[in-house]
Design a protein around this ligand. Structure first.
Ligand code: FAD
Length: 564
């Protein structure tokens, strides 16, 4: 085949905020390739989901090699890290979404997209059953099924309410773009209601009590955004209630941001303390009504009622019904996410792959491998290694498992290095292997579950696309070059996650960042780093320009508080 391609120079001049923005975008041909009837049938790949994992897979997949169909109830990709900014109008909802059809039309080859929800996966017959998510009253059936040779499940996850009574009915979630838009309206509702002359002071206070349940990155970022919104914009518009606005973060653990470095969670707690954001740690929400939250203090068992105006529930992720049903069919019961092997194939299910928040990798071999590295190093079978031998072993482990480097060289190494000292604090000459393995077994369990982040999802999507692109070549040349010789279970090297760091915006134009190599950065300069990283990570030039222009608009004019 030859696919004529041309480049189109698109010059868009947007008059925005008094500035003229122009950019050029190169687009490749979007015409479908001509079909040769003698050509063997291309393998059918069905992709479920157009979030971080699904989109990253589609962007890197060589669509000329496969017959690709994509199913998702959202016909756009959403840049979730900026969702908290949408709740307060710092950026507009449309600035952080990119239509899926824009993304796939830039790919060579044909990718079909169906705006529908997958309601059932039938692995025995290699079929998925779907239902249209267009709820307008239009003619024709919205139910259809698709057959696949390979299925890529990238459906993400849903909010986890831990079956707490009243949460679904009375709390806002922050998972989808629509959730962020609803929160934005509700915040304004709380203010408009609170200033009405008919209310008592107590009622005003209740309406202006904003509660965030969950002290993870999303909850903390939302609390910080809301605080900025209130202090920078709303108290100027609603001066009569400026002293009674209250923001509370309820966290069941001992600290907020407890998945971050300790220095960051301490910094965040201190900053929130200075800003007047109340942080209630060690408390579990047991019930929610439209008026109040029932909360149990873990240490004392004391139960208290917290009146609220608006609650945002952000306590982690749970399993989607379609994934749960699939897991039951393949015998993966009592799990939160689909278990895959290191090549992202769903365990016990040929030709189904799972990536992103709906999956977790089961790392079977790490501890076994590490044990054999030790055994080889321990020549005299003494159960101990000299310091030099020990360092060689650590280097060897890092060489085989680069993803362990961060753990070995950072905080977990602190407990490991305790082994170097005897109780008097004097350096030992020899290191006990079992003690080290014990310390490392903790690392191993950490490695089993990668964090549910966009970074992991995007890397998995790109990895899987690279495998698919080389699948045919590797089948024809089983001797290499990318053969993973040692295990022989698959032609590719296993997926390896590269942690590039993570951010926690803390409001007041300050952010904290945990970067590779145990490097921590906090303050105003980190916020600028955040702006540049998030602008550069946008999926298209269009959204990049929109987000930057929203930030500029906010700096100049403040946020828009209209309730539309
Ligand atoms: P998603 O991105 O959720 O995509 C799932 C896709 O599947 C969607 O297109 C959905 O419509 C579709 N789908 C759902 N059900 C079906 C079905 N039945 N059939 C077909 N398709 C279906 N991570 C970071 O790394 N950094 C951050 O700063 C960060 N901030 C975040 C802030 C917020 C507010 C949130 C909610 C998350 C944030 N995350 C962040 C986490 C990150 O968004 C997720 O880890 C990431 O979205 C997971 O990607 P995914 O593709 O697995 O799922």
């Amino acid at each position: 085949h030859s696919y004529p391609s041309y480049s189109k120079l698109l010059l868009l001049c947007t008059l925005s905020g008094g500035g003229v923005v122009a950019y050029a975008e190169l687009q490749s041909d979007s015409r479908p390739p001509s079909v040769d009837p003698n050509e063997p049938r291309r393998k059918r790949v069905v992709v479920l989901g157009t979030g971080w994992a699904g989109t990253s897979f589609l962007k890197d997949l060589d669509a000329l090699k496969y017959d690709v169909q994509v199913v998702s109830p959202r016909n756009y990709f959403a840049f979730t890290p900026l969702l908290p900014s949408v709740t307060c109008g710092t950026v507009e909802a449309r600035s952080i979404v990119e239509p899926v059809r824009n993304i796939i039309k830039k790919r060579r080859g044909e990718i079909k997209f169906w705006e529908a929800e997958c309601v059932k996966i039938d692995p025995a017959n290699k079929k998925v059953f779907c239902r249209s998510s267009v709820d307008a009253n239009l003619v024709g059936s919205g139910d259809f099924s698709l057959e696949y040779d390979f299925l890529v499940v990238a459906t993400g996850a849903q909010v986890n309410t831990f079956n707490t009574p009243g949460v679904k009915e009375n709390c806002h979630f922050l998972k989808e773009v629509e959730d962020a838009q609803r929160i934005r309206k509700s915040v304004i509702d709380c203010f408009e209601k609170a200033i009405l002359p008919s209310l008592t002071d107590e009622e005003r206070r209740t309406n202006l009590h904003f509660v965030v349940v969950g002290g993870g990155p999303t909850g903390v970022e939302f609390a910080a955004e809301l605080h900025d919104y209130v202090q920078e914009d709303l108290i100027k518009l609603y001066p009569t209630v400026k002293d009674i606005v209250k923001i509370t973060v309820i966290q069941s653990g001992d600290h907020i941001l407890n998945m971050f470095d300790e220095r960051i969670s301490t910094y965040a707690e201190k900053k929130f303390g200075r800003d007047g954001i109340e942080v209630q740690t060690g408390c579990r929400v047991v019930k929610v009504t439209d008026k109040d939250i029932t909360m149990k203090v873990k240490s004392t068992g004391e139960v208290c009622l917290v009146p609220h105006g608006l609650i945002v529930w952000s306590t982690g992720i749970g399993t989607l019904p379609v994934v749960r049903d699939f897991m039951e069919q393949i015998g993966q019961v009592n799990r939160k996410v689909l278990q895959t092997d290191e090549w992202l194939r769903v365990s016990g299910c040929e030709s189904v792959y799972a990536i992103g928040d709906c999956a977790s990798i089961h790392q079977r071999k790490i501890m076994d491998d590490i044990s054999s590295i030790f055994k080889a190093a321990d020549n005299d079978n003494s159960g101990t290694l000299t310091v030099k031998e020990f360092q060689d072993v650590v280097d060897d482990i890092i060489l085989r498992y680069p993803q362990l480097e961060l753990y070995l060289k950072s905080k977990h190494m602190l407990s490991v290095t305790d082994l170097w000292k005897d109780p008097q604090g004097v350096d030992r000459e020899e290191i006990d292997i079992e003690g080290f393995k014990l310390a490392l077994s903790h690392v191993d369990s950490q490695m089993k579950t990668l964090p549910a982040t966009a970074q992991v999802a995007a890397q998995q999507g790109a990895y899987l696309a690279r495998c698919f692109n080389r699948l045919e070549y590797c089948e024809e040349h089983p001797e290499g070059p990318k053969r993973f010789r040692e295990s022989g279970r698959h032609v590719f090297r296993p997926f390896q996650y590269r942690h590039l760091g993570q951010f926690a915006p803390l409001g007041g134009k300050q952010a904290a960042a945990e970067l590779p190599g145990d490097w921590v950065s906090m303050g105003h300069s980190t916020q600028w780093l955040w702006y540049s990283v998030y602008a550069s990570k946008q999926v298209s030039w269009r959204t990049r320009m929109l987000v930057i222009s929203d930030w500029t608009r906010r700096f100049i004019f403040g946020r828009d508080s209209s309730r539309i």
